[in-house]
Design a protein around this ligand. Structure first.
Ligand code: G3P
Ligand code: MG
Length: 236
C-alpha cells in the first residue's frame, strides 16, 4: 500500500506551507506531510517554497536577501482566498514543535537556491537532530546539500529528488548513500519502480492530483504518493 503524503500540506484547498494547510492535512487523517525549507539572510530557517516573493506573498525580493523580520508579517494566505487572510510564514522550529505535538511525520525538502550548503545543512541539523528519525525524511534536488546533510544527520533517512531518474541512478545512490528516490510521477515507469525497490531503496512520487494516475501509482507499488489533495485520496 502506498503511503499518502500531503504536498506542501493540503495545498490544493489551503494556502501551501501554512499552518492551515498542515492542520487541513492532519484533519483528513494523513500521517505524512511534505514541505519546503528555505533560509533567510539572518540564518532563520523558514517554511517557504519559492526562492523569492511574488506568488504567495507581496513583494519581489529574494528570500535569501531578506531577514526574518522582513518576512514574518507578510500575508501568505490571502492569495488563496479571503478566508485565509492573515496566514503567516512558519518557522522550521514552529513546525517541528507542531509535528511532535501531533505525532505527524514530515518529509522536509531543503531548497537550495543560492544557499551555502554547509551553513544551511548545519543549521537544519541543529534543529532536527533531537527529533524522531522515524518521523522525518530529508530530501533535496541538490546532491551537495544531501551529501552534507547525510554527514550531519546520519540517522535520518535521505532522498534525492529528480524530475527524471538518471541513467546513473544506482551508482549515485551508492555514492550518496541515500535511502530513496523522489521522482516526478509523470516520468516514471513500472520498471523503474521495480529496479529501484529491488536494490532496497524506496520510490516516492510527486505531485499526483489525478485519480487515474493515483491509482496507477498505487498498483505499481510506489512507497509514497505526494498529493496537493489528500482529501480526495485518503482512505484511512
Ligand atoms: O518534494 C517533492 C516536490 O515537492 C518537489 O518539487 O517544487 O513541489 O517543491 P516542489
Ligand atoms: Mg517540495
Amino acid at each position: 500500500m502506498s503511503v499518502l503524503c500531503a504536498h506542501r500540506g493540503a495545498s490544493g484547498n489551503f494556502p501551501e506551507n501554512t499552518m492551515s494547510a498542515f492542520n487541513g492535512a492532519r484533519s483528513v487523517g494523513v500521517k505524512w506531510i511534505e514541505t519546503d525549507i528555505s533560509l533567510t539572510s539572518d540564518n532563520q530557517l523558514i517554511i517557504f517554497h519559492d526562492n523569492k516573493l511574488g506568488r504567495t506573498a507581496r513583494g519581489e525580493k529574494k528570500i535569501s536577501n531578506l531577514e526574518f523580520q522582513d518576512l514574518k508579517n507578510l500575508d501568505i494566505g490571502i492569495w488563496k482566498g479571503k478566508e485565509f487572510k492573515g496566514e503567516r510564514i512558519v518557522s522550521l522550529n514552529q513546525l517541528l514543535l507542531w509535528q511532535e505535538k501531533h505525532k505527524i511525520s514530515i518529509n522536509y525538502e531543503i531548497k537550495f537556491q543560492g544557499l551555502d550548503k554547509v551553513r544551511v545543512t548545519s543549521l537544519i541539523a541543529q534543529e532536527i537532530k533531537s527529533a524522531d528519525p522515524n518521523k522525518i525524511i530529508i530530501s533535496s534536488f541538490s546532491e551537495d546539500i544531501l551529501k552534507q546533510s547525510i554527514h550531519n544527520l546520519p540517522n535520518f533517512e535521505h532522498a534525492l529528488i529528480a524530475e527524471r531518474l538518471p541513467g546513473s541512478w544506482k551508482k549515485k545512490s551508492m555514492e550518496l548513500n541515500i535511502q530513496a528516490w523522489h521522482l516526478n510521477a509523470k516520468n516514471i515507469t513500472k520498471k523503474m519502480i521495480n529496479d529501484i525497490q529491488s536494490v532496497g531503496l524506496k520510490v516516492r512520487v510527486y505531485t499526483v492530483n489525478d485519480k487515474t494516475i493515483f491509482e496507477k501509482m498505487t498498483v505499481w507499488g510506489v512507497d509514497m504518493i505526494m498529493s496537493d489533495y489528500p482529501e480526495s485520496f485518503y482512505i484511512g
